[in-house]
Design a protein around this ligand. Structure first.
Ligand code: FAD
Length: 149
């Protein structure tokens, strides 16, 4: 059942985000695909963060976080913030530079979700980057959308 569950979930395509938070001097970022738009009024988003993630206590303590929506070509950024460090990747102003969009969120609620925590954020500000194709994750790899030219 566990293997079938993992295989089924690998067949669900998603965009890729980097979630980041700062608490005092400590700033942390983490790659996450378990992200969704939750509500329009009020504007809420939800994501699932592993109970073991170093980001979680920082995000909880800060009471605020950003979500950068990655664009095609930002595979190295995704890998870096998933624990496979790449040279020259860093957060700038608390978010990923060059992202398709960045959501600045206040922590709204936390719910248990098995080995993950469901984090709900209230979107207080949106920064739109240049339009373009997203970074897509599907069947354990980065994929490209066929994008109209
Ligand atoms: P670490 O593993 O220590 O940090 C992650 C990486 O980010 C490290 O390489 C670290 O050096 C770097 N880093 C952290 N902060 C900074 C900073 N301020 N400046 C520069 N570099 C920094 N996990 C989930 O819980 N939910 C998901 O939805 C999810 N989706 C994923 C999707 C994909 C495509 C991948 C590849 C992984 C996903 N993961 C998800 C797993 C998660 O990204 C990793 O387990 C991650 O390593 C957990 O991060 P951490 O907070 O424990 O800290």
């Amino acid at each position: 059942m566990k293997e079938a569950f993992k295989e089924a979930m690998s067949r669900f395509a998603s965009g890729v985000t980097v979630v980041a938070a700062r608490l005092g001097e400590e700033e942390r970022g983490m790659t996450a695909t378990a992200f969704m738009s939750l509500s329009l009024e009020p504007p809420l988003v939800a994501l699932a963060v592993s109970e073991r993630a170093k980001l979680l206590p920082v995000l909880e303590g800060a009471g605020a976080f950003t979500v950068s929506l990655l664009r095609e070509g930002q595979e190295a950024v995704s890998e870096h913030f998933a624990g496979r460090p790449r040279e020259g990747v860093a957060l700038e102003g608390g978010r990923v530079k060059g992202a398709l969009a960045v959501l600045f969120c206040r922590l709204h609620a936390l719910y248990p979700g098995g080995d993950h925590r469901i984090v709900v954020g209230r979107v207080e500000r949106v920064e739109l980057g240049e339009e373009g194709p997203p970074l897509v994750y599907f069947q354990r790899g980065y994929r490209r959308l066929v994008w109209p030219s």
